[in-house]
Write a protein that binds this ligand. Structure first.
Ligand SMILES: *Cc1c(COP(=O)(O)O)cnc(C)c1O
Length: 394
């Protein structure tokens, strides 16, 4: 049987690993040696589960979307990660990692952020635990994501601008890595998706796997069977998709569909469709698929959705793509925006634009009337209101 999980060396097939500068080795090695035993410790699990319940508000509902189902003549369920505290799935991971950091005796947290969603989720859990928080963010992103910068500041985090290169996410990541090298003993680096050197992709996937763990018993309750026919999720770095797919990976009767942001069109030069356009390479410490020029320079991604605007994809997804375990679908800005509006008007739910990419798959694929299709609604649309206003001239 094929293996869709990580192997002992930290690889998914040929993707993954830990391609890091020598000076980062002790930090990553400490985490690699301890993350599984920490996560399996009963006292860790007790605190993690308690916080997911009372602080995040889990389990998130699995909602049968009746009117959406009628429109597409199939059975559609929405996994409501949009109802989590802070408005998306990202907090599942930051709660987990802050508890790991505490167990390792760390006193200081650093993070990188692009649009600011992961920065806010990190600042939130640092406030919760009373731990110092430093968030690196590109200077350009600071200017265009002012509300999230304000949120982080209110939550007590220090936001440090990255002023080199393109002044966006990849430069913020470089600054965070530099900080970690300089503060190896007291600092933990909270990465926001299933990316980065091993063990991050596996650790983050495990924290997000609560999503598919809940889906299984919720489907059993509502449909009398644990497995859906399809699970659909959007992919930026890939953490909400990894969580939604996790407990179905080995069961090939469950079809997995990953929606990637095609921006203004896959071949428009303004896109973030990593699997369609990506080539084998190394980014942020792992071997994966990424958008690059022939001589290996990273191509700046584009998507109307800030959270999908990443030039690579986590190594698990590179492997799911290459092994054809998951079906990768490209969704343009226009298709996503239309699908988001459809959800608003049929179900009274305003989705994050990232999640609208997953919803747009309903227009591209045909499902049978008896199929059970679960769509991971990764986040709510409040943060995207300005983009919706400008796009629809509201
Ligand atoms: C950040 C974000 C994403 C993309 O990140 P993944 O790691 O691919 O899940 C998707 N949806 C929402 C709502 C987000 O905030």
């Amino acid at each position: 049987m094929s293996n869709y999980h990580i192997n002992e060396k930290g690889f998914y097939g040929k993707f993954g690993g830990a391609y890091i500068p020598e000076m980062l080795y002790p930090n990553v090695e400490e985490l690699k040696q301890s993350y599984l035993s920490i996560m399996q410790d009963p006292s860790f699990q007790e605190e993690f589960q308690q916080l997911l319940k009372d602080y995040v508000g889990r389990p998130s509902p699995l909602y049968f979307a009746k009117r959406l189902s009628e429109k597409y003549n199939t059975k559609i369920y929405l996994k409501r990660e949009d109802l989590n505290h802070t408005g998306a799935h990202k907090v599942n991971n930051t709660i987990g990692q802050i508890l790991v950091a505490k167990k390792l005796g760390k006193k200081r947290i650093i993070a990188e952020t692009g649009a600011g969603q992961h920065g806010v989720a990190t600042a939130t859990v640092c406030a919760l635990m009373g731990i110092e928080c430093i968030v690196y963010m590109g200077e350009i992103d600071i200017a265009r994501q002012a509300p999230n910068v304000a949120r982080m500041k209110m939550l007590g985090a220090k936001v440090i601008p990255a002023t080199s290169g393109s002044k966006t996410l990849k430069d913020a990541t470089n600054e965070a890595i530099r900080d970690w090298i300089n503060n190896p003993v007291d600092t933990h680096y909270i990465i926001g998706s299933v990316v980065g050197p091993h063990p991050y992709p596996d650790m983050v996937a495990r924290f997000q796997s609560i999503i598919s763990e809940e889906m299984k018993w919720q489907l059993q309750e509502q449909e009398g069977r644990e497995n859906p026919d399809y699970v659909i999720a959007c992919v930026g770095g890939g953490s909400n998709a990894a969580g939604a797919f996790y407990h179905f990976l080995d069961d090939t009767s469950v079809n997995l569909i990953a929606a990637e942001a095609a921006g203004k069109g896959v071949n428009s030069g303004e896109s973030a469709a990593t699997s369609a356009l990506g080539k084998d390479g190394i980014i942020h410490g792992s071997r994966t698929l990424l958008m690059q020029t022939n001589d290996g320079q990273i191509i700046e991604p584009y998507s109307i959705s800030a959270g999908l605007d990443y030039p690579g994809v986590g190594p698990m997804h590179a492997h799911l793509f290459e092994s054809e375990r998951a079906d990768f679908v490209s969704v343009t800005d226009d298709e996503a925006m239309a699908a988001g509006l459809t959800l608003c008007q049929l179900e009274g739910i305003i989705p994050a634009i990232e999640s609208s990419h997953a919803l747009a798959v309903l227009e591209q694929r045909k499902f049978d009337s008896e199929d059970i299709v679960v769509i991971n609604l990764s986040g709510r649309g409040d943060k995207d209101l300005n983009t919706y206003i400008n796009y629809f001239n509201l």
